[in-house]
Ligand binder design. Structure first.
Ligand code: ACK
Length: 323
């Protein structure tokens, strides 16, 4: 296998207007990592000489040829998708010396961690206050914030949670209009930016839809079972409608402030339970209306699930009731 410094990337990837001069890139601390490699924070000096905060995705040392191929594909997909406010924007890439994917920096990290942090804060406040009222808890938090000078901001109210869901739906509506399937839509793959703007991440790992809008995943990697549609598990079929199923699970993650789906159920048990019609029950504090939407996303027949446009509209309407 080739190492990152010796392989000639230019054979497979065309150097174009997205190519970044590495001298204009300062690579800083690690933000996080996965099986593929790491994401680091950095600064990029743009054409106007302004320094912008960026996130830089790179492969791990000694990547396999397959990892290199997949990363190149991810870069190509990112280049091909026109910018959208609810998709993480490509800033540029480095393909000459080594492979780097430079994207906009989302200051508040991934949505799962963001929701869990909020959940911890609310839990502490309720324990302190012996009060389970959400609005009041937030008030107590503001008080604690004043006293302890701890950052207790970013506790989302119900309307903020609907807004988060709506922004994901907007991003997915766009992605599906481009006939791209995400295949791994989950709170961990959604990022939170300044002003709590929500951006879908890792859509570069998505695949172009082909053969009747269906993508058959050939290799069994580590699968996100808890987010997967029935037909993805049984027949390896991925479509926009299987992304809709995952969106339903993401809604559940949002209302539960980052709980792991199917609590107390092992991954091995999930398929069998879904097949006999079992679905997650309505979380506390979840409106019947929102739960209804989730259940529609989990219909066994993919075509009976709502489209992302229908979902976005339903969330628009729900959001309007708050103002
Ligand atoms: O919660 P986090 O800090 O947010 O941990 C994960 C980690 O890298 C692995 O994906 C972070 N991350 C990824 N992309 C970005 C980005 N564009 N802006 C900020 N953080 C990012 C993510």
């Amino acid at each position: 296998t080739s190492t990152i410094s010796t392989i000639t990337f230019s054979d497979n990837i065309k150097v174009d207007e997205w190519e970044i001069d590495t001298n204009k890139l300062a690579i800083k601390e690690v933000l996080g990592g996965g099986a593929f490699g790491v994401v680091r924070k950095g600064w990029y000096t743009d054409a106007k000489g302004q320094e912008i905060e960026v996130a830089i995705k790179m492969l791990r040392d000694n990547p396999t040829d397959e990892e290199i191929r997949q990363f190149q594909q991810e870069i190509e997909i990112m280049k091909s998708v026109p910018l959208h406010p609810h998709l993480v924007s490509l800033i540029g890439c480095v393909t000459k010396q080594n492979l780097l994917l430079v994207v906009e920096y989302c200051s508040k990290g991934d949505l799962q961690t963001f929701l869990r942090a909020a959940s911890d804060k609310i839990l502490k406040a309720t324990l302190l206050n012996q009060d389970t009222d959400y609005e009041k808890s937030k008030y107590v938090f503001n008080k604690m914030y004043e006293i302890n000078e701890v950052d207790f901001q970013d506790i989302p109210l119900p309307k903020d949670l609907i807004s988060i869901a709506r922004q994901v739906a907007l991003g997915m509506e766009y992605l599906s209009s481009l006939k791209l399937i995400h295949r791994d839509l989950a709170a961990r793959n959604v990022l939170v930016s300044d002003n709590n703007i929500i951006k879908i991440s890792d859509f570069g790992l998505s695949r172009d839809v082909y053969y009747n809008n269906i993508y058959y995943k050939p290799s069994p990697g580590k699968l996100p079972i808890r987010w997967m549609a029935l037909e993805s598990m049984t027949h390896q079929i991925y479509t926009t409608q299987s992304d809709v199923w995952s969106f339903g699970v993401l809604l559940w993650e949002i209302v539960t402030l980052g709980s792991t789906p199917y609590p107390g159920v092992s991954t091995q048990e999930i398929l069998g339970m879904l097949k006999i019609g079992y679905r997650m029950k309505k979380p506390d504090n979840c409106s019947a209306e929102l739960y209804d939407i989730m259940c529609n996303c989990w219909k066994p027949a993919p075509m009976e699930r709502p489209s992302f446009t229908a979902l976005r509209r339903a969330l628009d309407d729900m959001l309007a009731t708050f103002s």
